[in-house]
Design a protein around this ligand. Structure first.
Ligand code: HEC
Ligand code: HEC
Ligand code: HEC
Ligand code: HEC
Ligand code: HEC
Length: 180
């Protein structure tokens, strides 16, 4: 980031933040007004995949959701990752037979997307997880306890900005809308 841009970002901060008012340590839970909290609607998926079952087997989040360079996305696991076990586990299940068929055809499972921000928003997993040390659960809830996922944390502009303000992170418009 250029010095001019850095200065512009510092100047755009509310005075209290710029003067180093005492801030709680991050990462913190994003909070949104109650009327912005998304309703807990489980999202239907093409296979009855359970995070609870699979995380309990000891598989780490990032074994399946690699935050690969340049780090914008966490992504979905390759079908080969699943077949490492399912070539021999539960092969009598019609769901696993569908998984095996897609995998052998080289077709990705058509998972339905749960969390998404519009294209005009700049968001990076690497910046938050690796650089800022924010936990997955802070933005996605207790995934390891869920049989079925749903959007349980907001991704509204207000939610992003509130967490930034509480964590002493910049909040000027071009941070999220026009990074250069
Ligand atoms: C064995 C592989 C595997 C592991 C381990 C795993 N996931 Fe997933 N994850 C998936 C698959 C498959 C999906 C798509 C199906 C679904 O949404 O449940 C998914 C979906 C998600 C989504 C929703 C993405 C969207 O569509 O917006 C989030 C968030 C997520 N995982 C977070 C996590 C976190 C946090 C952990 C660790 C606690 C984790 N996952 C561990 C395979 C895995
Ligand atoms: C470390 C081994 C392992 C990996 C990797 C793995 N699974 Fe599983 N999976 C299991 C086990 C164990 C069960 C539980 C089997 C049982 O109920 O007896 C299971 C159950 C399932 C079931 C339920 C099947 C049914 O009909 O009851 C689905 C669907 C499934 N896995 C999908 C996936 C997908 C998709 C991936 C890749 C994202 C994946 N699994 C990766 C071990 C694994
Ligand atoms: C600061 C909040 C935040 C953190 C921390 C975070 N995510 Fe996300 N996640 C998001 C947002 C926002 C999206 C939607 C991104 C988009 O549409 O580009 C998303 C999307 C996803 C998706 C859907 C596919 C994709 O890559 O866009 C998966 C899977 C996912 N996150 C998993 C994880 C896992 C696993 C971790 C921890 C290693 C994690 N996330 C940490 C906010 C976060
Ligand atoms: C859990 C709190 C939290 C949430 C929620 C959150 N952020 Fe952040 N974000 C941070 C922190 C902390 C930083 C690091 C600030 C710094 O550089 O010290 C950051 C940094 C950033 C950066 C700068 C990254 C870089 O590499 O320069 C962007 C852009 C950003 N966030 C966008 C977003 C967007 C868009 C959302 C909502 C979809 C969001 N953030 C939600 C805490 C959060
Ligand atoms: C920390 C990240 C972040 C910052 C800073 C930010 N925005 Fe946003 N903005 C978002 C996200 C995320 C959305 C998409 C919200 C959604 O999907 O509902 C958005 C959406 C918008 C939209 C589309 C209309 C709407 O309300 O959904 C406009 C216009 C906008 N922002 C303008 C601005 C302006 C002007 C500023 C500076 C005062 C700003 N944004 C600062 C994250 C940010």
């Amino acid at each position: 980031m250029s010095t001019a841009k850095l200065l512009a970002r510092i100047c755009a901060l509310p005075l209290g933040l710029a003067l180093g008012a005492v801030q709680p340590a991050y990462p913190q839970e994003p909070e949104a007004p109650a009327d912005e909290q998304p309703a807990p609607v489980p999202v239907e998926q093409p296979l009855p995949y359970s995070h609870k079952t699979h995380v309990a087997l000891g598989i780490q989040c990032r074994d399946c959701h690699a935050i690969a360079d340049p780090g914008f996305t966490a992504g979905y696991p390759a079908e080969a990752t699943c077949m490492a076990c399912h070539a021999s586990i539960k092969t009598e299940s019609p769901h696993i037979q569908l998984l095996a068929k897609l995998s052998s055809e080289g077709t990705a499972v058509p998972w339905n997307r749960i969390y998404r921000v519009p294209d005009f928003v700049w968001f990076s997993h690497a910046s938050h997880v690796e650089d800022a040390g924010v936990e997955c659960e802070t933005c996605h809830g207790p995934v390891a306890q869920r049989e079925v996922l749903f959007q349980e944390k907001p991704t509204t502009m207000a939610a992003c900005m509130e967490c930034h303000a509480r964590n002493n992170a910049p909040n000027d418009c071009d941070l999220c809308h026009d990074p250069g």
